[in-house]
Design a binder for this molecule. Sequence first.
Ligand code: PLP
Length: 226
Amino acid sequence: MTISENVLNVLDNVSKSEKHACRAENSVTVIGVTKYVDEIAARQLVISGINNIAENRAELFLDKYHALNDLDITWHLIGTLQRRKVKDVINYVDYFHALDSMKLAQEISKRAEHEINCFLQVNVSGEESKHGFTKEEAFDIVKDLNELKNIKIVGLMTMAPFDAQEEELAVIFSETKELQEVISKLNLPNIPCSELSMGMSRDYQLAIENGATFVRIGSEFFKERD
Ligand SMILES: *Cc1c(COP(=O)(O)O)cnc(C)c1O
Protein backbone atom coordinates (compact mmCIF):
# COMPACT_ATOMS: atom_id res chain seq x y z
CA MET A 1 0.00 0.00 0.00
CA THR A 2 1.23 3.46 -0.82
CA ILE A 3 0.50 6.52 1.29
CA SER A 4 -2.14 7.72 -1.15
CA GLU A 5 -3.91 4.33 -1.07
CA ASN A 6 -3.83 4.40 2.72
CA VAL A 7 -5.34 7.90 2.65
CA LEU A 8 -8.22 6.76 0.42
CA ASN A 9 -8.81 3.80 2.70
CA VAL A 10 -8.88 5.88 5.91
CA LEU A 11 -11.10 8.59 4.40
CA ASP A 12 -13.49 5.91 3.20
CA ASN A 13 -13.65 4.41 6.72
CA VAL A 14 -14.20 7.85 8.23
CA SER A 15 -17.04 8.48 5.83
CA LYS A 16 -18.62 5.11 6.66
CA SER A 17 -18.40 5.80 10.40
CA GLU A 18 -19.98 9.23 9.95
CA LYS A 19 -22.89 7.61 8.12
CA HIS A 20 -23.15 4.78 10.62
CA ALA A 21 -23.40 7.28 13.48
CA CYS A 22 -25.92 9.40 11.52
CA ARG A 23 -23.50 12.28 11.48
CA ALA A 24 -23.02 14.84 8.73
CA GLU A 25 -20.51 14.12 6.01
CA ASN A 26 -17.17 15.84 6.65
CA SER A 27 -18.01 16.48 10.30
CA VAL A 28 -14.71 14.83 11.26
CA THR A 29 -11.31 16.43 10.63
CA VAL A 30 -8.64 13.83 9.89
CA ILE A 31 -5.24 14.83 11.25
CA GLY A 32 -2.16 13.11 9.85
CA VAL A 33 0.42 12.42 12.56
CA THR A 34 3.87 12.56 10.93
CA LYS A 35 6.09 11.86 13.96
CA TYR A 36 7.24 8.52 12.52
CA VAL A 37 8.29 9.80 9.10
CA ASP A 38 10.58 12.26 7.33
CA GLU A 39 9.48 15.38 5.49
CA ILE A 40 9.30 13.53 2.16
CA ALA A 41 6.67 11.11 3.41
CA ALA A 42 4.89 13.94 5.24
CA ARG A 43 4.78 15.92 2.00
CA GLN A 44 3.34 12.87 0.22
CA LEU A 45 0.61 12.69 2.84
CA VAL A 46 -0.37 16.32 2.28
CA ILE A 47 -0.36 15.91 -1.50
CA SER A 48 -2.61 12.86 -1.04
CA GLY A 49 -5.24 15.06 0.59
CA ILE A 50 -4.46 15.33 4.31
CA ASN A 51 -3.81 19.01 5.04
CA ASN A 52 -4.12 18.84 8.82
CA ILE A 53 -0.71 17.75 10.10
CA ALA A 54 0.42 16.97 13.66
CA GLU A 55 3.64 16.37 15.52
CA ASN A 56 3.94 15.43 19.19
CA ARG A 57 7.21 17.20 20.04
CA ALA A 58 8.13 20.85 19.70
CA GLU A 59 11.45 20.29 17.86
CA LEU A 60 9.99 17.89 15.31
CA PHE A 61 7.02 20.18 14.88
CA LEU A 62 9.29 23.08 13.96
CA ASP A 63 11.37 20.93 11.57
CA LYS A 64 8.28 19.82 9.66
CA TYR A 65 6.71 23.27 9.79
CA HIS A 66 9.69 24.85 8.08
CA ALA A 67 10.25 21.98 5.62
CA LEU A 68 6.63 22.08 4.42
CA ASN A 69 6.25 25.83 4.53
CA ASP A 70 5.24 26.01 0.85
CA LEU A 71 2.12 23.87 1.40
CA ASP A 72 -1.25 24.98 2.75
CA ILE A 73 -1.39 23.16 6.09
CA THR A 74 -3.30 23.50 9.35
CA TRP A 75 -0.78 22.68 12.09
CA HIS A 76 -1.49 20.67 15.23
CA LEU A 77 0.77 20.07 18.21
CA ILE A 78 -0.56 16.98 19.99
CA GLY A 79 1.99 16.00 22.63
CA THR A 80 2.95 17.17 26.09
CA LEU A 81 4.62 20.58 25.89
CA GLN A 82 7.23 21.71 28.39
CA ARG A 83 6.72 25.24 29.61
CA ARG A 84 10.20 26.38 28.61
CA LYS A 85 9.49 25.40 24.99
CA VAL A 86 6.23 27.32 24.67
CA LYS A 87 7.84 30.49 23.38
CA ASP A 88 9.67 28.67 20.56
CA VAL A 89 6.68 26.95 19.08
CA ILE A 90 3.30 28.26 20.16
CA ASN A 91 2.86 30.99 17.57
CA TYR A 92 3.17 28.47 14.72
CA VAL A 93 0.47 26.23 16.14
CA ASP A 94 -3.13 26.34 14.90
CA TYR A 95 -4.40 23.75 17.40
CA PHE A 96 -2.69 22.60 20.60
CA HIS A 97 -4.17 19.31 21.83
CA ALA A 98 -2.40 18.70 25.12
CA LEU A 99 -3.23 21.48 27.56
CA ASP A 100 -2.74 19.68 30.87
CA SER A 101 -2.05 22.31 33.54
CA MET A 102 -2.95 25.84 34.56
CA LYS A 103 0.74 26.81 34.59
CA LEU A 104 1.12 25.73 30.98
CA ALA A 105 -2.00 27.71 30.05
CA GLN A 106 -0.56 30.80 31.75
CA GLU A 107 2.70 30.46 29.85
CA ILE A 108 0.86 30.05 26.53
CA SER A 109 -1.26 33.07 27.33
CA LYS A 110 1.85 35.10 28.06
CA ARG A 111 3.72 34.09 24.89
CA ALA A 112 0.89 33.90 22.35
CA GLU A 113 0.65 36.71 19.83
CA HIS A 114 -2.81 35.61 18.71
CA GLU A 115 -5.60 33.41 20.01
CA ILE A 116 -4.45 29.77 20.32
CA ASN A 117 -7.02 27.03 19.85
CA CYS A 118 -6.46 24.55 22.68
CA PHE A 119 -7.90 21.21 23.65
CA LEU A 120 -7.98 20.39 27.37
CA GLN A 121 -6.44 16.96 27.80
CA VAL A 122 -8.57 14.80 30.05
CA ASN A 123 -7.56 11.51 31.56
CA VAL A 124 -10.93 9.84 31.84
CA SER A 125 -9.53 6.37 32.43
CA GLY A 126 -7.52 7.55 35.44
CA GLU A 127 -4.47 5.76 34.07
CA GLU A 128 -1.47 7.03 36.04
CA SER A 129 0.98 7.23 33.16
CA LYS A 130 -1.25 9.55 31.17
CA HIS A 131 -1.16 13.32 31.35
CA GLY A 132 -4.30 15.34 31.69
CA PHE A 133 -6.98 16.55 34.05
CA THR A 134 -9.46 14.29 35.76
CA LYS A 135 -13.06 15.01 34.83
CA GLU A 136 -13.59 16.96 38.06
CA GLU A 137 -10.42 19.01 37.61
CA ALA A 138 -11.33 19.85 34.02
CA PHE A 139 -14.77 21.04 35.04
CA ASP A 140 -13.32 23.19 37.83
CA ILE A 141 -10.52 24.78 35.84
CA VAL A 142 -12.42 26.09 32.83
CA LYS A 143 -13.70 29.12 34.74
CA ASP A 144 -10.09 30.18 35.43
CA LEU A 145 -8.98 29.40 31.88
CA ASN A 146 -11.77 31.60 30.60
CA GLU A 147 -9.99 34.60 32.13
CA LEU A 148 -6.74 34.07 30.22
CA LYS A 149 -5.95 36.19 27.18
CA ASN A 150 -5.35 34.40 23.86
CA ILE A 151 -6.50 31.01 25.11
CA LYS A 152 -9.55 29.50 23.50
CA ILE A 153 -10.65 26.05 24.67
CA VAL A 154 -12.15 24.57 21.53
CA GLY A 155 -12.71 21.14 23.00
CA LEU A 156 -11.45 18.12 24.94
CA MET A 157 -8.74 15.64 23.96
CA THR A 158 -8.31 12.19 25.37
CA MET A 159 -5.98 9.23 24.89
CA ALA A 160 -7.13 5.75 25.78
CA PRO A 161 -4.77 3.23 27.44
CA PHE A 162 -2.85 1.21 24.85
CA ASP A 163 -4.33 -2.07 25.98
CA ALA A 164 -7.95 -0.93 26.28
CA GLN A 165 -10.48 -3.27 24.74
CA GLU A 166 -13.42 -2.08 22.68
CA GLU A 167 -15.86 -1.90 25.56
CA GLU A 168 -13.53 0.18 27.71
CA LEU A 169 -12.74 2.44 24.75
CA ALA A 170 -16.42 3.09 24.15
CA VAL A 171 -16.86 4.08 27.82
CA ILE A 172 -13.86 6.43 27.70
CA PHE A 173 -15.04 8.09 24.49
CA SER A 174 -18.63 8.51 25.61
CA GLU A 175 -17.63 9.88 29.04
CA THR A 176 -15.36 12.38 27.33
CA LYS A 177 -18.24 13.46 25.11
CA GLU A 178 -20.52 13.86 28.13
CA LEU A 179 -17.99 16.11 29.84
CA GLN A 180 -17.51 18.12 26.65
CA GLU A 181 -21.25 18.80 26.51
CA VAL A 182 -21.41 19.77 30.20
CA ILE A 183 -18.52 22.24 29.83
CA SER A 184 -19.92 23.64 26.61
CA LYS A 185 -23.23 24.40 28.35
CA LEU A 186 -21.45 26.67 30.84
CA ASN A 187 -21.42 29.19 27.96
CA LEU A 188 -18.09 30.71 28.92
CA PRO A 189 -17.01 33.05 26.10
CA ASN A 190 -13.48 31.66 25.67
CA ILE A 191 -14.51 28.05 26.27
CA PRO A 192 -16.78 27.02 23.39
CA CYS A 193 -15.68 23.41 23.97
CA SER A 194 -17.59 22.10 20.98
CA GLU A 195 -14.92 19.70 19.64
CA LEU A 196 -13.59 16.27 20.61
CA SER A 197 -10.05 15.16 19.69
CA MET A 198 -10.07 11.40 20.17
CA GLY A 199 -9.31 8.28 18.20
CA MET A 200 -6.03 7.04 16.69
CA SER A 201 -5.16 4.42 14.07
CA ARG A 202 -6.57 1.47 15.96
CA ASP A 203 -9.79 3.07 17.25
CA TYR A 204 -10.78 6.06 15.13
CA GLN A 205 -13.95 4.46 13.82
CA LEU A 206 -15.20 3.76 17.33
CA ALA A 207 -14.22 7.31 18.37
CA ILE A 208 -16.21 8.79 15.49
CA GLU A 209 -19.23 6.73 16.45
CA ASN A 210 -18.89 8.24 19.93
CA GLY A 211 -18.66 11.84 18.75
CA ALA A 212 -15.03 12.56 17.81
CA THR A 213 -14.68 15.62 15.57
CA PHE A 214 -10.87 15.39 15.21
CA VAL A 215 -9.09 12.04 14.81
CA ARG A 216 -5.27 11.79 15.05
CA ILE A 217 -3.96 9.12 12.71
CA GLY A 218 -0.33 8.14 12.20
CA SER A 219 0.66 4.52 11.59
CA GLU A 220 -2.39 3.72 9.47
CA PHE A 221 -1.16 6.19 6.81
CA PHE A 222 2.39 4.90 6.71
CA LYS A 223 1.97 1.14 6.92
CA GLU A 224 3.40 -0.85 4.01
CA ARG A 225 0.63 -3.40 3.75
CA ASP A 226 -2.33 -4.88 5.64
C1 PLP B 1 1.42 9.13 17.86
C2 PLP B 1 0.17 9.77 18.32
C3 PLP B 1 -1.03 9.55 17.63
C4 PLP B 1 -1.14 8.64 16.42
O1 PLP B 1 -0.98 7.32 16.76
P1 PLP B 1 -1.21 6.12 15.71
O2 PLP B 1 -1.59 4.99 16.57
O3 PLP B 1 0.07 5.93 15.00
O4 PLP B 1 -2.31 6.53 14.81
C5 PLP B 1 -2.17 10.20 18.10
N1 PLP B 1 -2.13 11.02 19.17
C6 PLP B 1 -1.00 11.25 19.86
C7 PLP B 1 -1.04 12.17 21.04
C8 PLP B 1 0.20 10.64 19.45
O5 PLP B 1 1.32 10.88 20.15
